[in-house]
Design a protein around this ligand. Structure first.
Ligand SMILES: Nc1nc2c(ncn2[C@@H]2O[C@H](COP(=O)(O)OP(=O)(O)OP(=O)(O)O)[C@@H](O)[C@H]2O)c(=O)[nH]1
Ligand SMILES: [Mg+2]
Length: 202
């Protein structure tokens, strides 16, 4: 099973993928390439190296979607799946060809992933920052939610004064549960794990 982590740039997809994978017992990330394209050198990173290299306050840090193999449990209880980190999806057509191509790869994953984990930045609600929830989130929710297993996740709940924003997000997406998480503090990971396991068994 492949679980795609998708959302606008900078919402915390990479930190979520790395920290959730670590929470589930993963010890390394990779093979990972600095940028897309054939013949690029690929590395395996420790979780600490991955946080250092892949997480950044700059938008479009992740240009080369990569898979993280997750192996949970042992023997007959063993469960495996793949988490996929992706490029931020933003409104409109981006002026940089490399970013457009990376977004296209992400949208291809969106069409075939078994589970879609859609992150929004609850701390950015109402701001003019690139990570602020916007029309593209409505479109991802409509498409992925109508297509198959889908989780809508409000990230960065550790940040101050986010409760009003969370209420606003829940009102906006009133027909779907919004799971509050912090990729930084691991808040909400237990719930995401339980739901992911349920979809693995389905
Ligand atoms: N406080 C807080 N900061 C977070 C959290 N998740 C991510 N961040 C920060 O938000 C910024 C963006 O995180 P990334 O994981 O690089 O975001 P991304 O969605 O992968 O970004 P792109 O790859 O550029 O699309 C970084 O500075 C992270 O440290 C969180 O739960 N809480
Ligand atoms: Mg990223």
């Amino acid at each position: 099973m492949e679980a795609l982590v998708i959302g606008k740039p900078n919402v915390g997809k990479s930190l979520f993928v790395i920290n959730f994978a670590a929470y589930l017992g993963t010890k390394e990330i990779g093979p990972w390439a600095e940028s897309p394209g054939p013949g690029r050198k690929k590395n395996v990173l420790t979780m600490e190296e991955a946080r250092h290299k892949l997480v950044s306050p700059k938008s479009y840090r992740t240009l080369s979607p990569y898979r993280v193999e997750i192996d949970m449990g042992q023997g007959r209880q063993r469960k495996t799946f793949c988490l996929i980190d992706s490029t931020g999806i933003s409104e409109g057509v981006h002026h940089q060809a490399e970013i457009r191509a990376a977004m296209a790869t992400t949208l291809t994953w969106l069409m075939k992933a078994h589970l879609v984990i859609h992150l929004i930045d609850v701390a950015a609600v109402g701001s003019k920052r690139p990570e602020a929830p916007g029309p593209v989130d409505d479109e991802i929710c409509l498409y992925a939610g109508g297509r198959g297993p889908y989780l809508l996740v409000a990230n960065k709940t550790d940040k101050p004064d986010v409760m009003d924003n969370l209420r606003h997000v829940r009102e906006h997406f009133s027909n779907i549960p919004v799971i509050a998480v912090s990729a930084l503090t691991h808040q909400g990971f237990r719930e995401i794990k339980a739901l992911t396991l349920r979809y693995l068994d389905a």
